[in-house]
Design a protein around this ligand. Structure first.
Ligand code: GDP
Length: 316
């Protein structure tokens, strides 16, 4: 097996190096080298991860496009991971690497990849979690775009630093989201298609009323509601500022490091529970520390240990 590149090699190697490495993370998943690489990436994640979700047609792709342009104009490098729930049945990402985004192929600092979802509801696969761990170590902004139809919002919360929920004017979505408990989750809300005028303003005030006050009291973060039109650019700077305010808030309050540690612990428990059930989980609990998770290496160790134990014939 070829040795893996370092994070620095990937930073310098541009899109081709990134793309090759993402493929290797999938084909060589659970090798000691990949687990070690990913755990190192986890401790070097200087980039911020923005999760972008909302129902189909709300304007996520158009907004992602606008965000890419905005970040690039500030000189930030951007990677987009577009989660494609339709591709579950074909085994590959239907949209291909281009997705619907219109990025400049000559711009070395924009990277776009689409990836199959774990299920029809748009949940994130293990590969997506590994990809995010690497991407945030090599670019400034990672945007994870995922259709919000149930499960994906919960998955995204466990994978991103800032969750941006998109709501369509005139859709009555905020009421549905509130019933489903989704309004508890976003850090920033965007009411899209603000060029539609009065209905966008109405949607924004509905949303503001539906946001969870108890969570705001607990965290001290007041979730901003931004009216934005990706088509005309109206409100885009305010939205970008709201997202970056959330990043600064986490820095200032020291919330980011524990948040990522909780996410890593969650991922590790989820992986082991899926494969080894509750008996496996007890092993994780014993091994988890509060300051460092090393989720990929720890998972690999536990998986090897428990598989060996399960495969050993029971003594009679
Ligand atoms: P997605 O399914 O959430 O990714 O939504 P898309 O980005 O594909 O957009 C869905 C539709 O809404 C398309 O026809 C877009 O042209 C339209 N759309 C997206 N953003 C805007 C906007 O800011 N204003 C208006 N009027 N239409 C928009």
């Amino acid at each position: 097996m070829r040795p893996l590149p370092s994070l620095d090699d990937i930073r310098k190697g541009g899109k081709l190096a990134l793309s090759r490495m993402l493929t290797r993370l999938e084909t060589e998943a659970e090798t000691a080298e990949v687990a070690g690489f990913l755990d190192e990436a986890c401790t070097n994640g200087a980039g911020l991860v923005l999760g972008l979700t909302g129902p189909p047609g709300v304007g996520k792709s158009t907004l992602t496009d606008a965000l890419i342009r905005n970040y690039r104009s500030s000189g930030l490098s951007v990677a987009v991971l577009a989660i494609d729930p339709s591709s579950q049945f074909t085994g590959g990402a239907l949209l291909g690497d281009r997705t619907r985004l219109q990025t400049d192929p000559d711009d070395a600092a924009v990277f776009v990849r689409s990836m199959a979802a774990r299920d029809r509801l748009g949940g994130l696969s293990d590969h997506a979690i590994a990809a995010i761990a690497m991407l945030r170590a090599v670019v400034d902004r990672v945007i994870v775009e995922s259709v919000g139809i149930g499960q994906s919002e919960g998955d995204l919360v466990q994978a991103c630093d800032t969750l941006l929920l998109c709501i369509q004017p005139g859709s009555g979505d905020s009421l549905q989201f509130m019933k489903a408990g989704i309004m508890e989750l976003p850090d920033v809300v965007a009411v899209t298609k603000a060029d539609m005028g009065a209905s966008a303003r109405r949607a924004a005030s509905d949303v503001a009323g539906a946001l969870s006050l108890s969570r705001q009291m607990q965290t001290g973060w007041r979730v901003p509601v931004c009216e934005v039109s990706a088509r005309t650019g109206q409100g885009l700077d305010d939205l970008v500022a709201a997202v970056s305010d959330h990043g600064e808030f986490m820095d200032r309050t020291g919330a980011l490091v524990p948040k990522r540690l909780r996410q890593q612990g969650h991922w590790l428990r989820d992986m082991v529970r899926t494969r080894f059930g509750t008996a496996g989980l007890e092993t994780v609990v014993k091994q988890l520390s509060e300051t460092s998770v090393q989720p990929f290496g720890t998972y690999r160790r536990i998986a090897l240990e428990l598989s060996a134990r399960l495969e050993r014939p029971a003594a009679d």
